[in-house]
Design a protein around this ligand. Structure first.
Ligand code: GRG
Length: 307
């Protein structure tokens, strides 16, 4: 295969991603009109609508199509919007002074810098609640109640003390000086990053009508892709830093945080990434090759990205 690892995949992923993201952006805009209370809604819209690659919603829609569902139907689109609402909430809360205390997000002022801490906190809470309301409403009528409930439970477990909140708590404990080993690092990334990607894909497949074994293959695929994202991120952080000799080190490196290269060496981390992309792709083998192309592409794009 070539440099980007995408040889042999005759599929225009960029076009797929762009058109799906456009549909999601329109649906998100409709889901959150600017009306009373305007400042709160403006703050929610600020973090939900501007920027973001929309990886999680596209994953939900692609998983729906993978199992033969119609991604343009109300329920998959609602699930896609809901995972992006949860993601936006997590970024708003992550940047707060009591968490990572970041002033910038996606190249502009963080939500609490633009709107104040109190409004940012409420905007995050309201986005989280809206996500669940949105799944329930979007599924009503179009999806069997049992499937709608499974999607709600999946999303809830991805956000709470088995998901994002657990990952963030473990991450904060590490920053507090507790030793972070490979198992802790994996725990943090599985919960902070992989679980929501997993929920996106699982919810898309569940409302798309996927059989149980299909849904579980998709779950394993998404979890591996989530970990892959972080392993590659850590490797790029090291290679960027050594290429730039003397220039600003990657944020996590500078903060002395545990990373995969630190715990397993750069070559070890690269080998782990290769293992993750191969095992993620293997989960797609049971599906129709054409339908699996978007997810195969997404995994390779994450694995072979250079920045
Ligand atoms: C459960 C109430 C409650 C709060 C959540 C703050 C928090 C607890 C969790 C933090 C979660 C977090 C910030 C994880 C990092 C995930 C990650 C990989 C973000 C970057 O995702 P991209 O690259 O970002 O998809 P864009 O900007 O493209 O959307």
């Amino acid at each position: 295969t070539g440099e980007d690892g995408l040889d042999g995949l005759d599929f225009d992923f960029e076009q797929y991603m762009t058109s799906k993201a456009a549909a999601v952006n329109e649906a998100l805009d409709r889901a959150l009109p600017l009306r009373h209370p305007e400042r709160l809604r403006e703050s929610m819209r600020y973090s939900l609508l501007a920027g973001g690659k929309r990886v999680r919603p596209v994953l939900a829609l692609a998983a729906c199509e993978l199992v033969g569902g119609d991604a343009a139907a109300a329920a998959p689109l609602a699930v896609a919007c809901a995972v992006e609402m949860v993601h936006a909430m997590s970024l708003v809360h992550d940047d707060l002074p009591c968490m990572d205390d970041d002033a910038l997000r996606r190249g502009r002022p963080a939500n609490h810098v633009a709107f104040g801490v109190a409004t940012a906190l409420l905007a995050g809470d309201a986005l989280l609640a809206l996500a669940f309301e949105h799944v329930a409403r979007g599924c009503a009528g179009g999806v069997p109640a049992e499937r709608a409930l499974r999607a709600v439970a999946e999303l809830g477990s991805a956000v709470g003390a088995e998901g994002l909140a657990a990952g963030q708590a473990a991450d904060l404990a590490g920053e507090g000086g507790a030793a972070v080993g490979l198992a802790d690092l994996e725990y943090i990334h599985v919960h902070k990053t992989a679980r929501l990607l997993e929920a996106a894909a699982v919810c898309g497949a569940v409302v798309g009508g996927g059989a149980d074994e299909e849904v579980e293959s998709i779950r394993r695929y998404a979890r591996r892709v989530g970990l892959l994202f972080q392993v590659v991120d850590d490797v790029l952080d090291v290679t960027r830093t050594s290429e730039q000799l003397g220039k600003t080190a990657g944020k996590d490196l500078a903060a002395g945080k545990a990373t995969y290269p630190k715990l397993m060496g750069v070559d070890g981390a690269r080998a782990y990434a290769a293992e993750l992309v191969a095992s993620a792709e293997a989960e797609l083998d049971r599906f129709d090759a054409g339908r699996a192309a978007p997810l195969r592409h997404l995994a390779r794009l994450i694995a072979y990205r250079q920045k």
